[in-house]
Design a protein around this ligand. Structure first.
Ligand SMILES: Nc1ncnc2c1ncn2[C@@H]1O[C@H](COP(=O)(O)OP(=O)(O)OP(=O)(O)O)[C@@H](O)[C@H]1O
Length: 308
């Protein structure tokens, strides 16, 4: 797998990348990736709030004030063939930012992403055309993902079956419920058998019947030697579908391991926060983080041609 500096995932030939704890070449290596945003703010600072002991609404916004938001901090992750990795964490913990960097939609501020092939990201906002029918969106979506017209036609029935939309497939997308639209997106995105598939919340709006079908499709994708990253707030979905779970909080990787173990710790953490027990929550978080072993990524230069 090739190496690159910060930017879209590298998939071109070049330097090989290996990581601790992996047997074969991994499909995806995230190497000490960080993302910071510089954003305009209306002037309030945590320090000022602490000084005054309360929040206040400013009469006039402060001009030209900017703050840095650390969305993801020096995070490393290695994903192997056949893994379905659940990504969990409270709102604003950096899950979507990490997925955008893995898919190449966004550049890391520091660090690099290495992928064996271009990851396909399926999100609730993925581009479908609202005025076109489901049928037309399947054709356009397939062509946009690089399938030939013949391949689109060969896969058409399977996509419609997986979406479960029946005759609604002939109606404009803008008349679909959000659950129907996400089912169609999932069916289109998985029609290309991507080696690395990223699903960001899209499954949560489907009903129970679609949940079963999409789980079966995820299992198929994993069996085809690919891997899946699933971002979700639904702990049952993650437990059901994933072989491994990572927990992010405030941009940090907190835990990476068995779905049962990681989700149990996260649920205990979230419960402590909900019950206004910040010290308990912090203890759970720091205990989990102490046991975390981040992979070390090693770049091996390509063999020299014709060298002595
Ligand atoms: N384009 C952006 N500009 C500025 N800040 C951003 C941007 N995108 C994300 N952030 C900030 O980065 C942090 C992480 O956001 P992110 O969307 O990755 O979290 P998340 O874990 O996916 O949250 P959620 O569960 O609510 O979807 C948040 O503080 C967010 O405000």
């Amino acid at each position: 797998m090739p190496a690159t500096d910060a930017g879209a995932p590298s998939t071109a030939p070049g330097t090989a990348v290996s990581a601790t704890g992996t047997a074969a070449a991994p499909l995806l290596v995230v190497d000490r990736v960080s993302r910071r945003y510089r954003v305009r703010a209306t002037g309030g600072s945590a320090a000022a709030e602490a000084r005054h002991g309360r929040r206040s609404i400013r009469r006039r916004p402060t001009r030209g004030s900017t703050v840095t938001v650390p969305a993801v901090n020096e995070l490393s992750l290695v994903v192997d063939h056949g893994e379905a990795v659940g990504v969990i964490g409270r709102n604003g913990s950096g899950k979507s930012t990490l997925m955008r960097m893995i898919s190449g939609r966004e550049r890391p501020t520091t660090g690099s992403v290495h992928a064996s092939s271009t990851p396909v990201m399926l999100g609730v906002n993925a581009a479908l055309m609202p005025t076109l029918s489901g049928e037309q969106n399947i054709i356009l979506g397939g062509l946009a993902m690089g399938l030939s017209r013949q391949e689109v036609e060969e896969r058409y029935d399977a996509v419609v079956d997986l979406s479960g939309l029946d005759s609604a497939i002939y109606r404009p997308l803008e008349t679909y419920s959000s659950g129907m639209a996400s089912r169609l997106q999932f069916a289109i995105a998985t029609s290309v058998n991507p080696e690395i598939l990223i699903v960001d919340e899209a499954l949560n709006t489907g009903d129970a019947q679609f949940g079963d079908r999409s789980k079966a499709r995820m299992d198929e994708l994993r069996a085809q030697a690919g891997c899946v990253l699933l971002v979700s707030h639904s702990i049952p979905t993650v437990r059901e579908m994933c072989t491994r779970v990572v927990w992010l909080d405030q941009g940090d990787l907190i835990m990476d391991g068995e779905p049962g173990v990681v989700t149990q710790a996260y649920v205990a953490f979230a419960r402590a926060l909900a019950q206004d027990e910040p010290e308990t929550a912090e203890r759970i978080r720091s205990d989990a983080r102490r046991d975390l072993v981040m992979p070390t990524v090693t770049a091996t230069p390509p063999p020299r041609r014709g060298g002595r």
